[in-house]
Write a protein that binds this ligand. Structure first.
Ligand code: SF4
Ligand code: SF4
Length: 192
């Protein structure tokens, strides 16, 4: 009988605790900052750190708090900076010339030189490299953003950056003037 009472008491206790935790999770839930979320949605999610921040979300938070310029993201390019300027009503400023890569490239591992140290896997922010310890590694081209973060840690320098040949799939419209430019100019802001 005592055991039964103990089980019932414990079950009731667990139920109450569960209800309290559930209530706390709803009552004290921290909503994300909608502005940061909108900025982060514009950023390319390459997590490459070329903006100087440890990923896209920290950069979005810095922009939202006014601690960072909107033109620091090379993978996003001038198009990304323009969208951010429009979203935030800030003056548009193009990326620094040297920040813009003339062509898109992906990492390629020279497989017969790879020693399987796995350092590149640890460096890749988008898990584009597959391999195992002391086994050959290779890059999944479709996942690679060309951020070059895997180059430095490779002890045998067997990772090359190869330009993506222009095909109908990879071809992009050159940046053209958009109606938004005229509107921004009319509002006295720098045109994208
Ligand atoms: S494979 Fe290298 S270049 Fe490609 S996304 Fe990963 S770290 Fe960047
Ligand atoms: S860092 Fe270089 S050597 Fe090491 S696994 Fe990657 S490609 Fe191979």
């Amino acid at each position: 009988m005592d055991i039964l009472v103990a089980i019932v008491v414990m079950a009731l206790g667990a139920l109450l605790l569960g209800a309290a935790l559930g209530y706390a999770a709803v009552r004290f839930r921290v909503e994300g900052d909608p502005v940061t979320d909108k900025i982060n949605a514009i950023l390319p999610q390459t997590q490459c750190g070329q903006c100087g921040f440890p990923g896209c979300k920290p950069y979005a938070e810095a922009i939202a708090s006014g601690k960072a310029e909107i033109n620091l993201c090379p993978p996003g390019g001038n198009e990304g900076a323009c969208k951010l300027a429009e979203l935030l009503g800030r003056d548009y400023a193009p990326l620094e010339e040297e920040a813009i890569k003339p062509e898109r490239a992906v990492a390629v591992i020279v497989e017969d030189r790879c020693i399987g140290c796995t350092l590149c896997i640890q460096a890749c922010p988008v898990d584009a490299i597959v391999g195992a310890a002391r086994q050959m590694h290779t890059v999944v081209e479709a996942l690679c953003t060309g951020c070059e973060l895997c180059l430095k840690p490779c002890p045998v320098e067997c990772i090359d950056m190869r330009a993506i040949p222009e095909t109908p799939e990879t071809w992009r419209w050159p940046e053209v003037r958009r109606p938004a430019d005229e509107r921004r100019q009319a509002e006295g802001m720098a045109a994208c």
